[in-house]
Write a new protein. Structure first.
Lengths: 219, 211
């Protein structure tokens, strides 16, 4: 979706403000919000792509006016309600009224180090050969889906070159919609900065983006 | 919450907003614990891991090894996930690593315009600026302007490659080894490797400044 999260190329946000000796978390609640998202993600009720999409669906003004971990909190609350794990009233009060729903797993402290070290690879076996190879010229499709996509607006319709094949990965557009993983070939695609932004961009600079095969068409 | 606000009516707006978020998160944790979905002890382990154990010193070790050991350098450039795992760093948000190397001709810089994708295994959790709209919006359209705000000016002839991490591939920038470090140990080299130099928004420290 063309949500507030799709920020590449937007203007008007002002300078970057790096903070010296920045702490990992700035407030105690940020620690808890961060960990709550990881712990609830670990229940297996939703996947990473659904989680991202929940944050993208926060109304634009609210999203842009929220700090990072507050966006995470709002995304989590949305997922809890949408999946029937809690009601808005329960979330506001902190009091459980409805019966809990059975979840697939519960993340236990002892199991975390091993689970984090293992991670959750998104590569899958290839069902089809790759349609593109390194050096191929491609165009990022013009599309404006209402659902989740990882094709940023700023490259849609632009011409680029395949510079690496990254294997077959879970396809977020399908996975976020609950349509299964629908794994697809993933490529790094190089776009000339001038092809994307026009003559004001620096000659020779480029942007390299990881794009799934369904986002691309042969030129 | 209403009552809480009344008790703190002398707080400024930012203060009362903070209180509200804090209460909201506390309520959420209480609720999810009561429902049996989470184990509060598990939250502590997540926090401890990313606040104390995983951070940019991991990445600095990888870069220092690559600077010091040509064979390791080769393995890192060919299969970064495996090479980084050799040093004991693997897993969440580092499942599919790619190392990109700076040269006099090419400077690499990493962003996630759509959210906040970042190589946790080697850099820890991202700083606020990395996740914020100014960096996410401008890194792709005005990388040189962004670099200037970090105090980095590149020669005109150096090409910039901005990697927008839209998928689950996580990028680690391998900065150029500073001159005047011949014969340095890996430990000493690692001290020159800053977090920002592994994102591409900074350069490594110079040998003189690290003393």
């Amino acid at each position: 979706m063309n949500g507030p999260h799709d920020l590449g190329g937007a203007q008007g946000f002002g300078p970057v403000a790096p903070e010296r000796d920045e702490p990992v978390f700035h407030e105690a609640w940020e620690r808890r919000a961060f960990a709550l998202v990881l712990a609830m993600g670990g229940t297996g009720t939703w996947n990473l792509d659904m989680s991202r999409h929940a944050r993208e669906r926060i109304p634009a003004a609210d999203y842009l006016g929220s700090t990072y971990y507050d966006i995470w909190r709002k995304g989590l609350e949305r997922l809890l309600v949408e999946n029937g794990l809690a009601t808005s009233d329960e979330i506001a009060s902190g009091q459980s009224v409805e019966e809990p729903v059975a979840v697939k797993r519960k993340v236990l402290a002892d199991a975390i180090p091993a689970a984090l070290a293992k991670g959750a690879p998104t590569t899958r076996d290839a069902a089809m050969p790759a349609a593109f190879k390194i050096g191929d010229r491609v165009r990022a499709k013009v599309m404006n889906p209402m659902g989740h996509t990882r094709l940023p607006r700023y490259v849609r319709g632009k011409l680029g070159t395949i510079v690496a094949t990254r294997g077959v990965h879970v396809f977020p557009d399908a996975n976020a919609a609950g349509l299964g993983e629908n794994p697809q070939w993933l490529y790094s695609v190089a776009f000339g900065a001038r092809d994307v932004w026009g003559p004001e961009a620096h000659e020779g600079d480029e942007i390299r983006i990881d794009l799934w095969e369904p986002y691309l068409e042969r030129v | 919450m209403q009552e809480h606000r009344h008790n703190h009516h002398d707080h400024d707006h930012e203060g009362s907003h903070l209180d509200e978020v804090e209460l909201r998160v506390r309520a959420l944790e209480t609720l999810l614990t009561e429902k049996g979905y989470i184990d509060p002890a598990a939250l502590d382990v997540f926090i401890e891991t990313y606040e104390k154990k995983v951070g940019p010193r991991n990445g600095a070790r990888v870069v220092a090894r690559a600077w010091a050991d040509p064979d390791y350098h080769k393995r890192l450039m060919q299969d970064a996930t495996a090479a980084i795992t050799e040093l004991g760093f693997s897993g969440r948000q580092g499942e599919h690593m790619v190392a990109v190397e700076n040269t006099p001709d090419t400077h690499n810089m990493v962003v996630c315009t759509l959210c906040s994708c970042y190589p946790w295994t080697v850099l820890g959790l991202p700083p606020v600026w990395y996740k914020s709209p100014p960096y996410r919006s401008r890194a792709v359209i005005d990388p040189r302007g962004v670099l200037k705000e970090f105090g980095v000016t590149l020669p005109q002839e150096t090409r910039i490659r901005v990697w927008d991490s839209t998928a689950e591939i996580r990028y680690l920038v391998v900065p150029m080894r500073p001159a005047g470090t011949d014969g340095w140990s890996e430990e000493k080299l690692a001290e020159l490797v800053t977090r920002d130099s592994m994102i591409g928004t900074g350069q490594p420290l110079s040998p003189n400044s690290a003393a």
